[in-house]
Design a binder for this molecule. Sequence first.
Ligand code: 5GP
Ligand code: MG
Length: 178
Amino acid sequence: MVSIQVHDKTFELLIPGSRIREKIRGMAARMNEDLKSERPLFISVLNGSFIFSADLFRELTIEVEICFTKLASYQGTASMGRTITSIGLDADLTGRTVVILEDIVDTGRTLHEFLPQLLQQGPKKLLISALLSKPAAQQFPVKIDYPGFSVPDKFLVGYGLDYDGLGRNLPDIYCLKQ
Ligand code: 5GP
Ligand code: MG
């Protein structure tokens, strides 16, 4: 078993880079077919999605645009709950076919809270692509139109995902050894 050290923790290989590339080619092929007459606007959710977005984007052969946002969450009072704020999203979504690019859907909370904000802008369609999802961790309903891998409910690093700032540059995806 291939294992690596990041900070104080040991991680084991879960998905090699070759399988990630193959999966992304398949996801892009579906998008090239489904969205060819839509000139879709992709929204890459930073930071974790930057490598997935760059690799997927280069597999797209249709007319396509991309922009980037960072999501910040604020905890108000207990009764107010948490609110998500989108930073840097300056694109006009009105009438557009929009595809959100996420690294991983864990509880689903981030997207569940972000999507209504995007829908307010009146896109024609709002689609979601997530490279990874953890079905066992999901608490908020999120429909992933272009899914990549289902993964166990464990902490992952690599291919854009970090552990306390490190590990984003790893070409493979690793999971925390328990
Ligand atoms: P959710 O709101 O779906 O619970 O979490 C979404 C965000 O949490 C992801 O976009 C990602 O940034 C972060 N996240 C969830 N699971 C993992 C993980 O296993 N590893 C890392 N590095 N980040 C994760
Ligand atoms: Mg993310």
